[in-house]
Ligand binder design. Sequence first.
Ligand code: ZN
Ligand code: CA
Length: 378
Amino acid sequence: MDGHAATQRLVDQFLSMVRISSPSRQEGDFAAYLRNELEALGFAVEFDGAGEQAGGDTGNLIATLDGGDGSEPLMFCCHMDTVTPCANVQPRVADGIIRSDGTTILGGDDKAGIAAIVEGVRRIRERGVAHGLLQLVFTICEEVGMHGAKGLDYGRIRARRVFVLDAEGPLGQIALQGPSKDAIRAVIHGRTAHAGLHPERGVSAIQVAARAIERMQLLRIDAETTANIGSIRGGIATNIVAEQVEVTAEARSLSNAKLDAQDAHMKACFEQAADEFGARVDVDIKRSYAAFKLGENDPVVRQCLDAMRHLGLQTTLVSTGGGSDCNIFNARGLTAVDLAIGMTAVHTCQESIRIADLETAARLVETLIERNRTSVSE
Ligand code: ZN
Ligand code: CA
């Protein structure tokens, strides 16, 4: 098959994929499609029980194929779910760019990665390239809190080196560190009273929230740390002193220690303000995911740099501001990087991807597998 035909096959497959709706917890149809594709390529495909835990219609797809050349096992990973609106995606191709018709997302996040992996592997098989153990893990529910990666049956994962293809940015960009993130929820309990008749009997939960937030360090804290108040809900009417306010917030940091300090600061602001007004506050802080940080000399990173240079790509090492399955895998003892695949404006109806980037992503997968034996050993 010549290069042009292979690119067309990749594009056609990507278009088929985006037409199959797969919102979080409803990845089942898409998973069944992938199972067929991968079994046709010789993979043994299984599903784990993460779907039941997450309340979805399928588990994570784990596909395994041992080429038998004894080289280091590799895992490639993307998530199957997309954000909404994703029903009835009508992809349009114009000027080498793939978009939706503007009424839905495209779903290139993360189906561009999946299409690139399937095509990359297909080329390896077609060309008869020797390879070792390959595992493809396509997760569920990444967009709603990485429940797939969190619930993955790690007993079935035999690879230790993981390439996640789920980052925005130009091909050649490698995210080798990512922040930890905490979800913070504060419920302030004041005391209600008639605002006109007996305001002195009341404790306004809204005033408590205002004072606490006014004293808080928020948004950009330092180069590694951010924090944000996301929502405030409370109060009923102007003639009632507000009894309860709920504040939701988040904090992120590349350093787990700095994140702990930011959490403590925000909690203290709430507690101090509550004290001053005679209110009570419950602050609940949950770690959504932990930070990860790989070095330039980590074998996974070196392997990426080697493949990218081989393809003539400009390489950049970055830290990501968001969380992905990558955070979870690293926390579970795998070594995972997140590779940019050119998708732009993800999570919007203007989302797009260039065919040239899709093609380069497929070649990157192909090259990573093909050069696996030689790239890190010297
Ligand atoms: Zn994604
Ligand atoms: Ca996403």
